[in-house]
Write a protein that binds this ligand. Structure first.
Ligand SMILES: *Cc1c(COP(=O)(O)O)cnc(C)c1O
Length: 952
C-alpha cells in the first residue's frame, strides 16, 4: 500500500456516497473495523491490491462537468443525415421525452423479474409485443433484442434450432444492411455455418441452407415479395427470416403474409433518436410453433392470487441462467426503455398517425426522386418506400461533398451511385438542398402530391394496432396520465433502494443524465463522416483511457452493447488469438459452477465446450478441481471464465493462482467484470492476471438499467489481444458483434460524466463505501439470518448472500415469501435464488444512505420475527402475512378473516406511512401464465369488464 494515506473520509463529493462521515464511523464500530482503510485491508487479499492510485485528475463540480460535456458536444457537428442503412431521423414526442425518457421512474427501474412491482413496464412491453406482432403479421414477439444486426444473428441461430434441413448454409440477401451481414458472419464462423450472400431470386439454392434472411425494403430501396423464395425454403425444410422496417410495414404487406417464419428489425425510427448507433430496441417475432425457442424475454399475461389479471415474464424456465451449458443465446440485458419508448410512440400516434407519417415519408421520397429525374438523373428502384439510389458516375465524390456543404449527409453506394433515405423529419428545404447538391435548381411545390411509387401488389391490406390501447383519446392529458399511471405501478430507484446482488443498482445522477438529451449526442448518425463526430471521438477515447486506468488493460472496445455481448466479444478475441497461433484445437472453457448463466452461454456461442469447475463448501472455486481439469484439458484449453470478486460476494484468495494455472496450460483468462464496483481503485483485473474483461457500464458506471436495458459492455484487453478486438464494416476490420461501431454510444456521456464528477479518488471512495455498506448489512442481519459465504477475516465484498433455506423446514417459509413480503415493506426484493437456490443476494452499493440501509435491515429483521411467530406456532403456517404477501389496497376492503390485522398486513416494519408503495397486484401465479400462454394485449372485452373484486 502507498504510504501517503490520506484521510479516508476526505471526499467532498457527496452525491454518490450515501453515509455521512459520522455514520461511517458508527457503521465501522458495529462491524468491528478500525476505520475504512482498515476494513479494506481486512477484506481484500494483499497480493491483488493495486499499487498506484487511479489518476485522472480532480473531481469536477456538476457545473464544471456539464461545461466539459457541452464543450465536447459542440465538437460534434450535426448535419441532416439521409444516410439510412438502418438509422433514421425521428421525433420523440415531447410528452414521451419528458415523461419516460427523462423520468427516473422509468429509467431507474430494474429488469421485471419481480412482476408485482413491475406491472407498469410489463404493460408497456406487452403493448410493444402487440405492436410488433401486428406490424409483422406474426404470432409471438419478444420484448426486445439488442440491435437489428444481432437480432438477425439470433434469427439465424434460431433457424438452425428449428429447421429440419441437414444443410449447413445460411443464405443472406445481398440487400441486407452491411452491418447485419457482418454480425451474421461473426456469429456463424465459430459454429461452422457457411454464410452465402447473394440475390434471393437468382442465387438461393434451398437445398444448401437451413435458413435464409431477406431485407424488406432492401438497403438500396428495392422492395420484393419474398413469397416465392420462402415457399422454396419451406419445401426444403429451411426457415425464412425477414428483416423489416416497421414504418414501411404500416403501408406494405407484412412478412407473415409472405409466409415468413421469423421477422426481425429495429424500432429506432419509432421515436428513438439515432444516438450515434444506439441504444435502440430491436424486435423479433415468430410463428406460434417456434415461440418456445425464441431468444430474449417474453412478457405474458397471467393472474394474481385473487384471480385478477397480472403481467409477468413468460416461460422463465427457458431463461439462460437455468439452461446454462445448453443455452443457445446469451441475451440478458436487452433494450427495455427503448422498447417502452417505441411502444408509446405507437400508442401516441395510433395506426392512423403512423400511416400518416409513413405516407409523408413516401411522398417526400417520391418528390425527391421526381426532382432528380426531371434533372436528368436515373433513379432506382422503380418502386420504393423511403430510399432511392441515384446513378452519378464520376460525380459521386463531388455530389457527396456538395451535399455536406448544404448541410446534408448522403450515402455512398459503390463507386458510382448515391443513396438517399428520407425520414419523418425531412423538410422541404432539405429536399431542395439535396437537389442543389445534384445541380438541380427547383422548389418543392407543396400543392402537388406526387403519385405513389409503392409497389401496388405489395400494398398492405390488413389492419394493425386495432387494440383499444392504440386508440385512446389523442388529447395529451390522456397520454400523460397513462404514462404516469404505469410509472406509479412500478418500484424503481427513485422510490427505494433496490438491493440486488450482482446487478449493481446505484445512483444515476441527474447531472450525468442531462447530456444524453442534447441533440449533438442524440441525433448523430452512426455512419456520419468522422469529422462531424469529433466530440464523440474525444469522449470515447478519454473514457477508454480512464477505463484502461481503472482495469489495468491496454485497450478498450466500446462495441459490445451489453455485458453478455462483452463476454462474447472477449471470448471471440481469445478464439482468434489461438487461431492466429496455429492452435485451433483450443476450444475448452473452464467455468465455475457459480458463474452467471451468460458465461457458459457466451462460450457456447463461440463454439467452445464448457467444462464446469466445482465449488468448495465455503463457496470458493475448488482449486484442486480447477487444476485437475486444466491439466486434463491442457492441449485443448482455450480459456477460463471467472468472476471477481466471486458471484458469492467474496474476494477469493487464490485468484492469482487460477490465472497462473490457466496460463501455464496455454489458456487465457476471461474475468467477468460485472462486480467491478468492488474493485475500482483497489485492484485491477489486468494486474491480477486476467487477459480480458467486460465492464457493465450499466452497473458500475452509472448508466441506468432502464427496466432491463439499455446497457453497455465494453471489453478491456491486454496488448496481445488488441489485434483480435471486434472490427466493423464502417470503421474497418472483421468480427463485428454489434450493429454500430461503438455500440450504444449515446449513453457513454453518462459514464464519462460519472468519472469526471468523481475523479480517481471519488471512484475509489465509492468502492470502499460499497464494501462498507455490504459488511454493515451482513453484520446487522447475521444474528437473524445466516450469511452464506465470507472471505478473509469474515468480511464480504460488495454484496452478501443471506441464507433463508432453513425456514422452509422450520416454518414452511420460502425465499419467495420473504421476497414478496419485502414488497409490503416498500422494497424491491433482492436477487432471488442466484447463485445459490433458495437464498437472497443483497448489494446495497455506495449510493444508499445509512437511513435507507437501516430501513431495509429493519424490514428484514421484522420479517424474521414473523417467521418466528410461525415457528413458535403463534400463527398459522399457511395463513400468515408472508404467504399472502404482497398485500394490495384490495386487502383493506371487504371481508377479513385472517389471523393477523390489516395494519400488520400493509404496514410492516420498514414501510413508509403515507408514502407507502402499494403494489397493483397480489402475488402473481407464474404457472397459470405458462399454461395459458398469452403474449399480446388481452382482447378488448377483457378491459370492458371490471376486474373481479376481492373475493375470499
Ligand atoms: C449482469 C451480469 C452479466 C451480464 O450482463 P448483461 O449486461 O445483463 O448482459 C454477466 N455476468 C455477471 C456476473 C453479471 O452480474
Amino acid at each position: 500500500m502507498s504510504s501517503t494515506r490520506y484521510d479516508p473520509y476526505d471526499f467532498a463529493n457527496r452525491r454518490h456516497i450515501g453515509p455521512t462521515r459520522a455514520e461511517m464511523d458508527e457503521m465501522l464500530r458495529l462491524i468491528g473495523a478500525k476505520d475504512l482503510h482498515g476494513l479494506i485491508d481486512e477484506t481484500l487479499p494483499p497480493d491483488i491490491r493495486q499499487t498506484e492510485r487511479i489518476d485522472f485528475g480532480a473531481s469536477l463540480s456538476e457545473r464544471r462537468s456539464l461545461e466539459r460535456l457541452r464543450e465536447v458536444a459542440n465538437r460534434n457537428r450535426l448535419l441532416v443525415s439521409l444516410i439510412g442503412q438502418g438509422y433514421h431521423g425521428t421525433t420523440m414526442p415531447p410528452a414521451i421525452q419528458r415523461n419516460i425518457f427523462e423520468n427516473p421512474a422509468w429509467y431507474t427501474a430494474y429488469s421485471p423479474y419481480q412482476p408485482e412491482i413491475s406491472q407498469g413496464r410489463l404493460e408497456a412491453l406487452l403493448n410493444y409485443q402487440t405492436m410488433v406482432c401486428d406490424l409483422t403479421g406474426l404470432d409471438v414477439a419478444n420484448a426486445s433484442l439488442l440491435d437489428e444486426a444481432t437480432a438477425a444473428a439470433e434469427a439465424m441461430a434460431m433457424a438452425r434450432r428449428v429447421s429440419t434441413s441437414e444443410a449447413n448454409g445460411f443464405f443472406v440477401d445481398r440487400d441486407c444492411l452491411p452491418q447485419t451481414i457482418a454480425v451474421v458472419r461473426t456469429r456463424a464462423e465459430p459454429l461452422g455455418w457457411e454464410v452465402i450472400v447473394g440475390d434471393p431470386f437468382r442465387d438461393l439454392d434451398p437445398s444448401r441452407v437451413f435458413g435464409a434472411l431477406f431485407q424488406y425494403p432492401g438497403v438500396d430501396g428495392a422492395i420484393h415479395d419474398f413469397a416465392g423464395p420462402i415457399e422454396a425454403l419451406h419445401e426444403a425444410g429451411a426457415i425464412a427470416a425477414v428483416a423489416a422496417d416497421p414504418l414501411a410495414l404500416t403501408l406494405l404487406k407484412p412478412p407473415g403474409a409472405m409466409g415468413a417464419d421469423i421477422a426481425v428489425g429495429s424500432t429506432q425510427r419509432f421515436g428513438v433518436p439515432m444516438g450515434f448507433g444506439g441504444p435502440h430496441a430491436a424486435y423479433m417475432a415468430v410463428r406460434d410453433a417456434y415461440k418456445r425457442t425464441m431468444p430474449g424475454r417474453i412478457v405474458g399475461v397471467s393472474i394474481d392470487s385473487r384471480g385478477n389479471r397480472a403481467y409477468r415474464l413468460a416461460l422463465q424456465t427457458r431463461e439462460q441462467h437455468i439452461r446454462r451449458e445448453k443455452a443457445t443465446s446469451n441475451i440478458c440485458t436487452a433494450q427495455v426503455l427503448l422498447a417502452v419508448i417505441a411502444s408509446m410512440y405507437a400508442v401516441f400516434h395510433g395506426p392512423e398517425g403512423l400511416k400518416g407519417i409513413a405516407v409523408r415519408v413516401h411522398r417526400d421520397a417520391t418528390r425527391l426522386a421526381e426532382g432528380l429525374e426531371a434533372g436528368g438523373f436515373e433513379v432506382e428502384p422503380k418502386a420504393f418506400f423511403d430510399t432511392i439510389t441515384v446513378k452519378v458516375g464520376a460525380f459521386q465524390g463531388l455530389i457527396l461533398s456538395r451535399a455536406v456543404e448544404h448541410g446534408v449527409n448522403l450515402r455512398k453506394v459503390g463507386t458510382d451511385r448515391i443513396g438517399i433515405t428520407v425520414d419523418e423529419r425531412t423538410r422541404d428545404f432539405v429536399i431542395e438542398a439535396v437537389w442543389r447538391a445534384f445541380g438541380v435548381e427547383r422548389a418543392v411545390d407543396a400543392e402537388v402530391w406526387p403519385e405513389s411509387r409503392l409497389p401496388a401488389p405489395l400494398l398492405r391490406t390488413s389492419d394493425f394496432l386495432t387494440h383499444p390501447i392504440f386508440h385512446m383519446n389523442r388529447a395529451e392529458s390522456e397520454m400523460t396520465r397513462y404514462m404516469r399511471r404505469l410509472a406509479d405501478r412500478d418500484l424503481a430507484l427513485d422510490r427505494a433502494m433496490i438491493p440486488l446482488g450482482s446487478c449493481t443498482m446505484k445512483l444515476n445522477a441527474t447531472a450525468e443524465m442531462l447530456p444524453i438529451s442534447w441533440p449533438e449526442f442524440s441525433e448523430m448518425h452512426p455512419f456520419a463522416p468522422a469529422d462531424q463526430a469529433a466530440g464523440y471521438a474525444h469522449l470515447i477515447e478519454d473514457l477508454s483511457r480512464k477505463l484502461c486506468d481503472v482495469t489495468g488493460y491496454d485497450a478498450i472496445s466500446m462495441q459490445p452493447n451489453s455485458g453478455a455481448q462483452g463476454e462474447y466479444a472477449g471470448l471471440l478475441a481469445i478464439r482468434r488469438y489461438h487461431l492466429s497461433r496455429g492452435e485451433p484445437q483450443r476450444t475448452v472453457c473452464l467455468i465455475p459452477s457459480s458463474a452467471h448463466g451468460t458465461n457458459p452461454a457466451s462460450a457456447q456461442m463461440c463454439g467452445m465446450s464448457v467444462v464446469v469447475v466445482g465449488a468448495r463448501p465455503d463457496g470458493d472455486i475448488d482449486l484442486e478441481d480447477f487444476r485437475r481439469k486444466a491439466e486434463q484439458h491442457a492441449d485443448r484449453l482455450a480459456a477460463c471464465m471467472i468472476t471477481y470478486p466471486s458471484t458469492h460476494g467474496v474476494f477469493e484468495a487464490h485468484v492469482r493462482q487460477i490465472c497462473d494455472i490457466t496460463h501455464a496450460h496455454g489458456g487465457q483468462v476471461y474475468l467477468d467484470g460485472a462486480n467491478m464496483n468492488a474493485m475500482v481503485g483497489l485492484a485491477r483485473p489486468g494486474e491480477v492476471g486476467a487477459d480480458v474483461s467486460h465492464l457493465n457500464l450499466h452497473k458500475t458506471f452509472c448508466i441506468p438499467h432502464g427496466g432491463g436495458g439499455p446497457g453497455m459492455g465494453p471489453i478491456g484487453v491486454k496488448a496481445h489481444l488488441i489485434p483480435f478486438l471486434p472490427g466493423h464494416p464502417h470503421t474497418g476490420g472483421e468480427g463485428a458483434v454489434s450493429a454500430a461501431p461503438y455500440g450504444s454510444a449515446s449513453i457513454l456521456p453518462i459514464s464519462w460524466s460519472y468519472a469526471l464528477l468523481m475523479g480517481g479518488r471519488g471512484l475509489t471512495q465509492a468502492t470502499r463505501v460499497a464494501i462498507l455498506n455490504a459488511n454493515y448489512i451482513a453484520a446487522r442481519l447475521k444474528g437473524a439470518y445466516p450469511i452464506l459465504f465470507s472471505g478473509r477475516n469474515g468480511r464480504v465484498a460488495h454484496e452478501c448472500i443471506v441464507d433463508v433455506r432453513p425456514f422452509v423446514r422450520s416454518a414452511g417459509v420460502t425465499v419467495d415469501d420473504i421476497a414478496k413480503r419485502l414488497i409490503d415493506c416498500g422494497f424491491h426484493p433482492p436477487t432471488m435464488s442466484w447463485p445459490v437456490a433458495g437464498t437472497l443476494m443483497i448489494e446495497p452499493t455506495e449510493s444508499e444512505t445509512k437511513a435507507e440501509i437501516d430501513r431495509f435491515c429493519d424490514a428484514m429483521l421484522g420479517i424474521r420475527e414473523e417467521i418466528r411467530a410461525i415457528e413458535e406456532g403463534r400463527i398459522d403456517k399457511h395463513n400468515n402475512p408472508l404467504k399472502h404477501a404482497p398485500h394490495t389496497v384490495q386487502d383493506l376492503v371487504g371481508a377479513w378473516d385472517r389471523p393477523y390485522s390489516r395494519e400488520a398486513a400493509c404496514f410492516p416494519s420498514g414501510s413508509l406511512g403515507i408514502d407507502k408503495y402499494w403494489p397493483p397486484v397480489n402475488r402473481v401465479d407464474n404457472a397459470y401464465g405458462d399454461r395459458n400462454l398469452m403474449c399480446a394485449c388481452p382482447p378488448p372485452d377483457a378491459y370492458a369488464s371490471p376486474p373481479p373484486v376481492a373475493a375470499e
